[in-house]
Ligand binder design. Structure first.
Ligand code: ZN
Length: 111
């Protein structure tokens, strides 16, 4: 389950930012190229956060689409799957412009 490795990185980032403070909630933006399943994400976060400042925190996953630009016709597009060809002209000469994000969007501390 690769979500665990991803969540371990997120917990590291959370711990770095939180210091000694206890974390109640996090929201993370993850690009679709990471192929994260929301259910697996939740479970993995719980496991990865155990024993850290984020233990017991609720984790919210925001999935971002893959964005791309066609080098042949210049069309921009987005999709939740990695595109294999341009939907406008069928060219395979497309460049991915986003979808591999991993951003800690929100961090809330416990009172
Ligand atoms: Zn095209």
């Amino acid at each position: 389950m690769h979500e665990l490795g991803l969540c371990a990185s997120i917990v590291d980032a959370v711990a770095t930012r939180a210091g000694e403070r206890s974390v109640g909630r996090v929201r993370v933006q993850v690009g679709a190229l990471h192929h994260v399943h929301p259910e697996a994400f939740e479970q993995s976060f719980e496991v990865a956060a155990a024993g850290s400042v984020a233990e017991g925190a609720s984790a919210e996953l925001v999935l971002l689409p893959v964005t791309f630009r066609c080098d042949t016709c210049g069309a921009d597009g987005q999709s939740m799957e990695q595109p294999s060809a341009c939907p406008s002209c069928g060219s395979v000469d497309i460049e991915l412009t986003g979808g591999d994000e991993l951003v800690l969007e929100l961090l809330e501390y416990r009172a």
